[in-house]
Design a protein around this ligand. Structure first.
Ligand code: DC
Length: 212
């Protein structure tokens, strides 16, 4: 089973690179951030405080989360658009810091990939925790102003300063949390994506792989 782990902070280009790499390899692609967003979405819908660890932890195992082909369904409801919205984006870091939620989602991520016989998987802890034996582990990063610029293009209704501040807030929260914080996994290929094209980066990553 071929597994490729792509980690990095928001705006590092990991979604674009991971999706393109999966296309080039003809394998499945899993965005694990979408799963954390799905749990945050479900918590908000139930009127829970996303930082209230106990209730959120008890809810997670019973949730039906379907992530496939860019679409995300939570308990049968299409949440593809809403999980990218500002409400979920504000709530998701606290949900992702919940160790019980992480245990549950890591298990589901491993099952998801096994059912498909391999995948390109992107997130924050994929090379360090979820698939430490992945054939390739890559850590993507970029200069802060480049990352803020990319996110700003995606969510054009927000001011650049607000986007930059939100990225800085999530960076420190994701890196400083107790449970599986964002860091470069040992042995990971580190790529600065600031001044490079997607194809160039994908070619470099493919160069690290052995045969099919
Ligand atoms: O990549 P993203 O912005 O969609 O991720 C949403 C949140 O989930 C972000 O705060 C980091 C967290 N996350 C995580 O802790 N572990 C992962 N494997 C993926 C995402």
């Amino acid at each position: 089973m071929r597994v490729i782990a792509i980690d990095g902070p928001a705006g590092s280009g990991k979604s674009t690179v991971a999706r393109r790499l999966a296309e080039r390899l003809g394998t499945a692609y899993l965005d694990t951030g979408a799963m954390y967003r799905a749990v945050a979405f479900a918590a908000l819908r139930r009127g829970m405080d996303p930082g209230d660890a106990g209730p959120v932890a008890r809810m997670a195992p019973g949730l039906d989360i379907a992530v496939d082909g860019g679409q995300v369904k939570v308990d049968g409801v299409d949440a593809t658009i809403e999980i990218r919205g500002p409400e979920v984006t504000r709530a998701v870091s606290e949900v992702a810091a919940n160790p019980a939620v992480r245990t549950e989602l890591v298990r589901r991520q491993r099952d998801w990939v096994a059912e498909r016989g391999g995948a390109v998987v992107e997130g924050r802890d994929i090379g360090s925790v979820v698939f430490p034996d992945a054939e390739l582990r890559a850590y993507l990063h970029a200069r802060p102003e480049v990352r803020a610029g990319r996110r700003h293009q995606e969510v054009s209704d927000l001011e650049y300063e607000a986007v930059a501040a939100d990225i800085a807030r999530r960076d420190s929260f994701d890196s400083e949390r107790q449970a599986d914080p964002l860091h470069r996994a040992e042995g990971a290929v580190v790529v600065d994506t600031s001044d490079r094209s997607v194809e160039e980066i994908v070619d470099e990553l493919l160069g690290h792989l052995g045969g099919p």
